[in-house]
Design a protein around this ligand. Structure first.
Ligand SMILES: Cc1cc2nc3c(=O)[nH]c(=O)nc-3n(C[C@H](O)[C@H](O)[C@H](O)COP(=O)(O)OP(=O)(O)OC[C@H]3O[C@@H](n4cnc5c(N)ncnc54)[C@H](O)[C@@H]3O)c2cc1C
Length: 478
C-alpha cells in the first residue's frame, strides 16, 4: 500500500474527511495515513430518514457489529441491499475457500432495499415502447432475469423459513383512472399477449371485489408478481448468509484507494481487498464510476395503522393485494399482511443520495390526498409511518453490470426495479466472476451503459423539470 513515510498519524474520529497539511502530507479523519494522489474520499454517505415503516414493523433482529479496526479479504462487497446480499452469497458459494466481507453503511433492511413497495415483478414494462414491451428479444431476457430473481428469493425464503418476508405469489393489478392510463393498459395487454404472458383486463365495476376501492376505471391483472415485506425479507437474507461471508453493518466506506492495491477506509480502520464488488446503487458514482450516468432519485411511501375488522369489512375486496399505477408518476397501493394500506408516490432529486429533512412531512400530505381519494370511508385512518428511499436511475433505463476497472466490479443503478433485478444481477455477477456461462450474463454484459447526462447546473434543472412535469401530468393517477 502506498503510505508515504512523511504521513502523520492523528487521533481517530468518526466520519470521513481529508485534511491537507503542510509539506504535502494528508491525514484522514479516520486517523489513518494515506497517499493523497491515490486516495478518493467518498463525499456522500447514505443517510436515510428514521421512519421506514417496513423496517419498524418487521421482525427485530440483532444487527452485525461494525468492523472495528483493520481487515483483509480476497473479496469485499459494498452494499447490503438486494444486489449486495445476492452478490456476497453467490461469491461465497462459488469460492467456498475464500472469505467474503460484506459492508453496509446502515443496518440491513433500513436502506432502500427495506423501503420499497415490495413488488417482485416478473413481466417487463418498457415505458418507451408503444406496447410497453418493445423489442421481443430484450423483453424475453428481462422476463427471464426477473423470474430468476424471483426464484432465488422464493427459494431462500423457503429454505431458511424467512417468515418475516411475508412473501406471497398473488400477482399485481396495474390500475388506471384517466383515459391516458386506460390506453396504457390496453396497449400493454396487447404487448403481453405477444410475449405469451397471461394478463387479464378487469373492468372498474368489478375492481372493488379485488382491491376494495371504486376509484379505478380499469386494471390489468398479471399473475406472476410476488409481494413481500421488503425489510423483513432482506433482514432474513442477511441472517442466513453462507459461513464464509462476514457482514459488517453500520460500517460506511469513507475513502478508497485502487492502486497499487484496493484499500477501503472506514471510521476505525481499513479493509484490504483483492477484488471489490460495488453493489451500492447510486452511491457507486461516489467511488469514481458512472458519474452523471446514475442519478439518485427519491420516492416516498406511507403505511397506515392496521385497519380494524370493521374498516376491513367496510372496504371489502381481497385481504392481500398490490396495485401499481398505469402512469409511472402515479400511486402504488398495497394492502399488507397486517391489514395496513401502503401508499407510494412523489419523486425528488436528492443530488447526494441522502434524505432531505422536510420531505417526509411534505409527501405525507400527498399520500393523504391519494389515500382519501381511493378510500373516502377511511378518512380517520392515520398514517403510522412516512419515509423516502433513494433509487439509482439512468436516462436510458439501463444498469451497469461488469468490470469498472481492474479487480473492481459492479452491479449498479437499480432503475426502481431492484428487488428481483438486483438479486438476479448480483448472483450473475458472482457467477461471471467464477467463469460460469449463462445467456443472461451475455445479455447483461452487452447491455447499454447508463447514458451520460450533462453536469450541473443542467443536470439539476433537467431532472427537476422532468420530475415536476411528470408529477403534474399524472392527474388523478397520483
Ligand atoms: C418507496 C420505494 C418503492 C419501491 N418499490 C419497489 C418495488 O415495489 N419493487 C422493486 O423491485 N423495487 C422497488 N423500489 C426500488 C428498490 O428498492 C431498489 O431497486 C433496490 O433497493 C435496489 O437494491 P440495491 O441492493 O441495488 O441497492 P440499495 O437497496 O440502494 O442498497 C445499496 C446499499 O449500499 C449501501 N451503501 C451505499 N454507500 C455505501 C458506503 N459508502 N459504504 C457502505 N455501504 C454503502 C446503502 O446504505 C444501501 O443499503 C422502490 C424504492 C423505493 C424507495
Amino acid at each position: 500500500m502506498a503510505i508515504s513515510r512523511r504521513k502523520l498519524l492523528v487521533g481517530t474520529g468518526v466520519g470521513a474527511g481529508v485534511i491537507a497539511v503542510g509539506g504535502g502530507a494528508t491525514l484522514l479523519s479516520d486517523g489513518l495515513p494515506s497517499d493523497p494522489d491515490t486516495l478518493l474520499r467518498i463525499d456522500a454517505l447514505p443517510s436515510d430518514d428514521p421512519t421506514p415503516g417496513w423496517f419498524h414493523t418487521s421482525q427485530k433482529r440483532q444487527p452485525q457489529p461494525p468492523l472495528n479496526g483493520d481487515a483483509e479479504a480476497p473479496w469485499v462487497v459494498i452494499g447490503g441491499g438486494f444486489t449486495g446480499l445476492a452478490a456476497a452469497r453467490q461469491v461465497a458459494l462459488n469460492f467456498p475457500n475464500d472469505q467474503v466481507i460484506l459492508v453496509e453503511a446502515q443496518q440491513v433492511g433500513f436502506g432502500t432495499s427495506g423501503r420499497n413497495a415490495g413488488f417482485l415483478i416478473d413481466v417487463p414494462h418498457d415505458i418507451g415502447a408503444p406496447d410497453y414491451i418493445g423489442d421481443q428479444k430484450i423483453a424475453r431476457n428481462i422476463l427471464h432475469l426477473n423470474q430468476t430473481g424471483q426464484r432465488i428469493l422464493h427459494d431462500l425464503v423457503e429454505q431458511y423459513d424467512i417468515t418475516g418476508a411475508q412473501l406471497r405469489h398473488v400477482g399485481k393489478y396495474q390500475a388506471a383512472v384517466e383515459d391516458s392510463g386506460i390506453a396504457v393498459l390496453e396497449a400493454y395487454h396487447g404487448g403481453l399477449q405477444k410475449l405469451g404472458q397471461p394478463a387479464t383486463l378487469i373492468d372498474g365495476k368489478d375492481l372493488p371485489d379485488h382491491i376494495g376501492t371504486k376509484f379505478y376505471r380499469k386494471a390489468l391483472y398479471t399473475p406472476g408478481t410476488m409481494l413481500a415485506q421488503p425489510s423483513g425479507l432482506v433482514k432474513g437474507l442477511a441472517d442466513h448468509l453462507p459461513e464464509n461471508v462476514t457482514l459488517y453493518e453500520d460500517t460506511p466506506i469513507t475513502a478508497v484507494e485502487y492502486e497499487p492495491q484496493i484499500v477501503l477506509h472506514h471510521p476505525t480502520g481499513r479493509i484490504i481487498a483483492r477484488k471489490l464488488v460495488l453493489a451500492n446503487n447510486a452511491f457507486g458514482t461516489h467511488f469514481g464510476f458512472l458519474q452523471h450516468r446514475i442519478i439518485p432519485i427519491f420516492t416516498y411511501g406511507s403505511l397506515t395503522r392496521p385497519l380494524t375488522k370493521a374498516e376491513q369489512d367496510s372496504i371489502g375486496g381481497k385481504d392481500f393485494w398490490g396495485v401499481i399505477p398505469a402512469d409511472p408518476f402515479g400511486t402504488t397501493l398495497r394492502r399488507t399482511h397486517d391489514n395496513r394500506i401502503l401508499v407510494r408516490n412523489s419523486f425528488t432529486f436528492n443530488e447526494d443520495g441522502r434524505h432531505k429533512p422536510n420531505a417526509t412531512a411534505k409527501f405525507r400530505q400527498s399520500h393523504r390526498l391519494s389515500f382519501e381519494r381511493r378510500f373516502p370511508t377511511l378518512k380517520d385512518v392515520e398514517f403510522n409511518y412516512t419515509w423516502g428511499g433513494g433509487l439509482g436511475m439512468s436516462r436510458n433505463g439501463s444498469s451497469f453490470f461488469g468490470e469498472l476497472r481492474k479487480n473492481v466490479y459492479g452491479s449498479l443503478g437499480c432503475n426502481g426495479l431492484g428487488t428481483v433485478r438486483g438479486t438476479a444481477m448480483g448472483t450473475l455477477l458472482a457467477d461471471w466472476l467464477a467463469g460460469k456461462h449463462h445467456e443472461l450474463i451475455d445479455f447483461l454484459l452487452a447491455m447499454e451503459t447508463p447514458s451520460f447526462n450533462p453536469p450541473d447546473p443542467f443536470l439539476t434543472m433537467g431532472v427537476n423539470f422532468t420530475l415536476r412535469q411528470g408529477m403534474a401530468s399524472a392527474g388523478l393517477e397520483a
